[in-house]
Design a protein around this ligand. Sequence first.
Ligand SMILES: [Zn+2]
Length: 495
Amino acid sequence: MKLVIAQMKHETNTFSPVPTPLARFAAGRPLPAEGSDVRDAFKGTGTAIGAFIDLADKAGAEAVFPVAGNAAPSAPVDNDAYEAMAGRIVDAVAKGCDAVLLDLHGAMVTRTYDDGEGELLGRIRKVAPDVPIGVALDMHTNLFPAMGQLATVIAGYQTYPHVDMYQTGARAARPIFSLLNGKIRPQMAYGHRPMLPHVMRQSSLDSPNKEIQARAREMERLGALSASFFVGFPHADIPYAGSSAVVVTDGDAAKAREWCDELLDMAWNAREKFVYQVEPLEKSLQRAKDMHGGPVMLLDHYDNCASGGTMDTMAVLGAILEAGLEDVAAFAVFDPQAVEQMKRAGVGARVTIPLGGKLEMPALGLKGKPLRVTGNVRRIVSGIYRNEGPMARGELADLGTAAVLDTGKVEIAVISRHVEPHDIGSFKALGIDPAAKRYVMLKSRVHWRAGLGPLAKAVVECAGEGVCTSDYSQLKFRRLRRPVYPLDPETRPSV
Ligand SMILES: [Zn+2]
């Protein structure tokens, strides 16, 4: 048995100014891994491709690894980056294989294609019309019909924060192995509801997504080969941004359809609970100031790099400094220039630098606004570490060269590559203990809860500035299919 196993992951924020070249798909190396490097990088990790490798080994299958690339969310993928990765995958399939296992995101937009994943599957189908294709997807998939039509089996994460990447890989791959062994005949149904659940209301730790994902898991206990509800990724101006579901059964198309519709109806009926109300920043910080004990997590949710944020807007950090909050750790400001300046000044030096605000955000009509900050250069580190988990356990993470700027009241992490703080490793790499802090500012919305949630005594959501804005009226949608709830409150459920 010969398998092609590949990873090509990117969640595209079409409003983001952060570029997406091929190098962004690599961590701890200049370009994405290929060949035996993929096995070395992902064997034993808590990722979907890690599960593919384990299951292939267990089945005694031969596997080839054309590419494994995973980029932090940002603007549409550069065409040459997409062609390099998709080209390698299609070439490998064209050489002949019994099945293809893909670790994709599901919300990849390129400079040319709205549906990066559907385009890839279309190209694979051209060279191998009948080959079984198993696909693991992120819960933030914006599902185009091509994916539902061309894949053999789709399984999506059932958790947000995403702590079930490995299990999702297994849910996508196992039916493919059973199919190859002649034991099952997968039947897949997919569908949509015209709604954009707010990211701040999407966590599977909270209602209503908690109940929807629990029902999907129950369907799998009742016999579905996989059942997935996708909350969708709203910061994408493409026709199919929003909610969808996929259910795969063994030979029972009607049951797959029924269960898929049930998940979609659950989401639609709970649509008002997926709406988020923004609190003004001043009010949030006043609440934080009045709290006792810590750490209090201050979420800079308009500028989350794991949704395409520049990670360099300074509105929330500026307000924290101005409010005089003490004993704060802030993770992180993306500013390679500032890191370079601090490196030149050296550890222990006192510096005054323009921090952050280097990237403009033309899609939102926002200019970059650096903040002049004075502090001591506390540490300079290489910024490479392995995630401790539970999210993407064992996967290499890369902050680039990173520095800690200590203002006396606030320890600010300054980094050269975009990484969302979802793992305690991101703080350890910088020599900061967040548990010992009164306040921890995080450029994160939900994923921080994976690795840092247990530390939090309280959480305050801080509305700042950025391309991951929680005020969706700032997003100028032109290509999104309308009507869609809640942008169009009178939207009806039929698509
Ligand atoms: Zn996601």
